[in-house]
Design a binder for this molecule. Structure first.
Ligand code: ATP
Ligand code: PRP
Ligand code: MG
Length: 282
């Protein structure tokens, strides 16, 4: 059985379970379930606190885990990213009341509130800045108003939480993060069960980002049409019963589909269809 850690709470939890479900795995029905065995797929899921996942994986107790890249770095655990998953995208940044601190040099002697002491400590050490760090579990933005710190270091996505607290980011982003699949550093890269799990998730990622496009076009326009729809390997081209016409089939990025359809139409292509991809193995 492959043993996999899944976030049980927070921003990562819902999208991680949704992705696993899309990849054909059973998922827990209620949030109190801590372990779920999926015998048909020979997988056991452990629902754990996101911050703890890298620790279990690096200890070799679980084969792989889904967590945030920032949580992995923060933990200092001996684990590595094997597949980025494209959700829970965020940046990690310093913020303060406008005009109070403007750069990294201004941090000396200040108190910084954060839930991510690992990332902040490492960043300060690398920059050679001597500042105090106070740990808070969440709602870190309020720490300045309440006088616990002059600076915070936290996850920023839309910036709404910072704006609501009257704070402004300063300095370069400390790191970027997204949800990732991790495994213990140096673990067997060819493990067949892990590879199959990754192929399933990659299938979901591709199905989410691509659509299938079909169209008919005149043979003399084929090269221009194929330049618009190169596909992943190369498009399928089949003859039509009407001489001088061909049918083309290719995967295209979903976000570009409407523009590509317009361009194909302008080229004289007709019967241009897009259909969703539900699953795939590349
Ligand atoms: N608002 C957000 N938008 C995008 N990603 C986020 C957001 N908040 C947290 N994350 C990401 O989610 C992961 C943190 O998960 P975690 O569950 O610890 O925190 P959370 O989502 O803030 O939940 P909570 O604080 O309620 O426990 C990190 O990888 C972080 O970058
Ligand atoms: O830039 P934004 O889109 O506002 O997102 C960032 C906020 O989201 C998370 O908070 P969460 O809601 O998880 O609460 P928490 O502070 O208690 O962790 C994070 O800690 C930030 O506070
Ligand atoms: Mg949070």
């Amino acid at each position: 059985m492959l043993r996999i850690a899944v976030p049980n709470k927070g921003s990562l939890s819902g999208p991680a379970s949704a992705m696993l479900h899309e990849a054909g795995y059973q998922q827990r029905k209620e949030s109190k379930e801590l372990v779920l065995v999926d015998p048909a797929n020979e997988v056991e899921f452990f629902y754990l606190r996101p911050k703890d996942i890298a620790i279990y994986v690096s200890a070799g107790k679980l084969d792989i885990g889904i967590t945030g890249e920032d949580l992995l770095i923060d933990s200092g655990a001996n684990a590595e990213v094997i597949l980025p998953l494209g959700f829970a995208r965020s940046t990690f940044r310093f913020a303060a009341k406008p005009g109070t601190v403007t750069g990294l040099d201004g941090l000396a002697g200040k108190t910084i509130a954060t839930s991510y002491e690992g990332i902040v400590g490492k960043h300060l050490a690398e920059a050679g800045v001597d500042a105090s760090v106070v740990h808070l579990d969440g709602a870190v933005e309020t720490a300045i108003e309440l006088g616990v710190a002059q600076v915070i270091a936290d996850v920023v996505e839309t910036g709404t939480s910072l704006r609501n607290a009257g704070l402004e980011v300063f300095g370069e982003p400390i790191m970027k993060s997204e949800a990732v699949v991790i495994r213990r550093t140096g673990a067997d890269a060819d493990d067949a069960k892990v590879q199959q799990f990754l192929r399933r998730l990659q299938g979901v990622l591709v199905a989410r980002t691509y659509v299938m496009m079909d169209y008919d076009c005149r043979a003399e326009h084929l090269e221009k049409a194929v330049a618009l729809t190169p596909g992943l390997e190369s498009p399928t081209v089949s003859p039509l019963h009407n001489e001088g016409w061909v049918a083309v089939r290719a995967m295209v990025p979903a976000k570009d589909a409407q523009r590509i359809m317009d361009d194909l139409y302008d080229l004289g292509a007709r019967a241009i269809l897009t259909t969703a991809i539900h699953a795939c193995r590349l």
